[in-house]
Design a protein around this ligand. Structure first.
Ligand code: AMP
Length: 116
């Protein structure tokens, strides 16, 4: 299912610009428009899911795919040795601003804990 007014659906369909770094049948990854780290990529399912709250047991392979692609991209960007962060913001209190499920892959600097 595609949402025509969803910017990430549009990016996945190549109807909106983005620097795509990976894509396959189910997943697309691209550079974040406002990077918060030297490497800041977003890994999204092609299928429109508003957030993690929308997933069901049927989506378990898809969720696995999001993270194996994130790990692969981390390796390709030489983030493995120093470490990196993966984040999914869900809902307004978590700071979610685009309501199409996405994994942030951030690396290339030190991250603090707890996050802000
Ligand atoms: P979140 O706040 O977790 O929903 O993350 C949404 C992310 O999408 C933010 O880091 C934005 O900078 C990023 N973003 C929004 N629009 C675009 C776009 N058109 N292309 C790439 N990244 C975007």
């Amino acid at each position: 299912m595609k949402e025509t007014n969803c910017i990430f659906c549009r990016i996945a369909e190549r109807q909106a610009p983005a620097k795509i770094v990976y894509e396959d049948d189910t997943v697309v990854a691209f550079e974040d428009l406002h990077p918060q780290a030297p490497v800041h990529l977003l890994v999204i399912p092609r299928r429109h899911l508003p957030s993690l709250q929308a997933v069901t047991a049927e989506d378990e392979p898809l969720l696995g795919r999001l993270f194996t692609v994130a790990a692969r991209l981390a390796r390709e960007h030489q983030l493995e040795s120093k470490g990196y962060r993966t984040v999914i913001n869900n809902g307004s209190w978590a700071g979610q601003s685009v309501f199409h499920l996405h994994v942030h892959l951030l690396g290339g600097r030190v991250f603090r804990w707890p996050p802000g």
